[in-house]
Design a protein around this ligand. Sequence first.
Ligand SMILES: C[S@@+](CC[C@H](N)C(=O)[O-])C[C@H]1O[C@@H](n2cnc3c(N)ncnc32)[C@H](O)[C@@H]1O
Length: 364
Amino acid sequence: MLNTSSLSSILDVIQNKQLSISNRLGTYEKSNSLHPIFIQSDALYALKQIPDDCFDVCMTSPPYWSHREYSGLGIGLEDTYDEYIDNLIKILLEVKRVLKPTGSLWLNIGDTYINKHLIGIPWRVALRLADECGFILRNSVIWNKVKGAPDNSKDKLRCVHEHLFHFVKSKNYYYNVDAIRNSSRSAKVENGKVISATGVSGIKYRRQIELSTALTEIEKHNAFTSLENILNDVKEGRLSDFRMIIRGQQRITHSGGEKVSGRARELKERGFYFLKYHPKGAKPGDVWDILPEDTQKREGHYAAYPEDLCKVPILASCPENGIVLDPFCGTGSTMKVAKALGRKSLGIDICQDYIEMAEKRCGL
Ligand SMILES: C[S@@+](CC[C@H](N)C(=O)[O-])C[C@H]1O[C@@H](n2cnc3c(N)ncnc32)[C@H](O)[C@@H]1O
């Protein structure tokens, strides 16, 4: 355990901007400090000074091509989107090198129109990362901004989403699914009887099976046996809840085509199926409804992402003693969330003003 004076001397070392980045990072990794390290630099230059395999996760949002100028520095200002993508890929290749073999890259990236034509920049970058850089693409998350920005054009829809890609460096990547489950829906067990969160009890399902005119006698027998087994799973805590779908009873929400839906096939062949709820809660889906950050509060920076966007990436991809990287950290949203979740982090931004804002937000 570090005492207060050794901790403050470590803080001096890691915040000492005269020392080399790898020196600061090495001392930081060994310390108990959760204060982020911030580096004002071009991302490519800074990353090149960092040894291989240091970070557990990189959560980042580079400047979007030809959107805004920020400080007038860095990438996003290229004449063509091809040049922009080339420059971004160079940086993300360095990110890959500094990620541990178990590491992840979560990349939030926006699109641009030229002459009314939507370029498709997010997928152009994603496919290059997969095809040329050896990243494995695990998810393409749609960040639904719900409200989105005002759009006065009269010839297209309002855009309310952005992409967040999850890439991994190898197939044996770290992923803590239990850390990101939503709170579970649970059945109650009263006097030995299971009552699901929707209020349906085992008795009701038994009666539905008994009275069914759509099930054969054999199917009814099998349905009773399976129902008893699943009620036991709930009583003994292996499942938190379930729903039983019985042929001819409930309105079904999936397509009736057995070729496309395994459940539809199960319903046709067995007469019933179960929807099972995990005791630790449900896994989030790949569409996230998150309102954009209220940028009014951040003078001088207009592209901060919401803190909620960073939570799943950090919780899922960074172990508790791990370290998070954001090479385009802007006002430091990633670092702020990493610190709140008890993870170390390193942020890089080319603009000194943003670094100062980020340091302030993170209590430095
Ligand atoms: C989309 S903003 C990031 C916002 C950040 N996620 C936040 O919540 O505040 C992109 C940032 O990249 C920075 N930037 C642009 N080119 C850079 C480069 N070559 N190296 C490092 N930072 C760069 C910009 O200064 C800007 O702050």
